[in-house]
Design a protein. Structure first.
Lengths: 113, 114
């Protein structure tokens, strides 16, 4: 079974802090890396899908980078706000297993006002 | 409104009583999938379907069945539920045009098996 690891498991920051977390995945046979945001009592929502080594994607104050050669992706949040409080999930797609997504356990972010 | 609809949202049942959780999407997506979420384990894939009449096992298919007779529907069937299937279940769909499209998730079904 492929292993996708996210760190840290949880993070508590103050409003206005910038923060980042990591998703590690197998570096061989990479196809795509997904990031999702999951608020309590809601369903996960897609943030980014990244496919190319060196990809950088941005959505408002949230951005992500991808290193497929070493098998990691970083998610950054600039100037965290209380509404950013959520669990952030990454998911790895391997190229010869079309349709199979392996999710990490998530990083739970709590932003205090 | 584009959406993935799961029913029911909450279900409490007893061991051995067959149940079906329905999932329907109105976006004409080819790909649909079921996941379960358990504390500390992340989302784990149960079954997925790349198109009508095409289904494949995910990582935790034991005790579940699915069918894909129409593009929009992908029901999850538990023939004989057991307490270890108590979990939060999500259905998701995607256009899967090039294998790297994001998933659209339903609102989840919280199942308790006693």
């Amino acid at each position: 079974i492929l292993n996708v690891e996210q760190s840290p498991q949880s993070l508590h920051v103050q409003e206005g802090d910038s923060t980042n977390f990591t998703c590690s995945f197998p570096s061989s046979n990479f196809y795509a890396l997904h990031w999702y945001r999951w608020e309590t009592a809601k369903s996960p929502e897609a943030l980014f899908v990244m496919t190319l080594n060196g990809d950088e994607k941005k959505k408002g104050r949230i951005s992500a980078t991808l290193n497929t050669k070493e098998g990691y992706s970083y998610l950054y949040i600039k100037g965290s706000q209380p509404e950013d409080s959520a669990t952030y999930l990454c998911a790895f797609e391997k190229d010869n297993q079309g349709g199979k997504l392996i999710f990490g356990q998530g990083t739970e972010l709590s932003v205090k006002p | 409104e584009a959406q993935v609809t799961q029913n029911p949202r909450y279900l409490i049942t007893v061991t051995g009583k067959k149940l079906t959780v329905t999932c329907s999407q109105n976006m004409n997506h080819e790909y649909m999938s079921w996941y379960r979420q358990d504390p500390g384990l992340g989302l784990r894939q149960i079954y997925y379907s790349m198109n009508v009449e095409v289904t494949d096992k995910g990582d935790v298919p034991e005790g579940y069945k699915v069918s894909r007779k129409e593009k929009r529907n992908f029901p999850l069937i538990l023939e004989s539920p057991s307490p270890n299937q108590t979990s939060l279940y999500f259905c998701a769909s995607s256009p899967w045009t090039d294998g790297s499209s994001p998933l659209h998730f339903g609102n989840g079904t919280r199942l308790t098996v006693t």
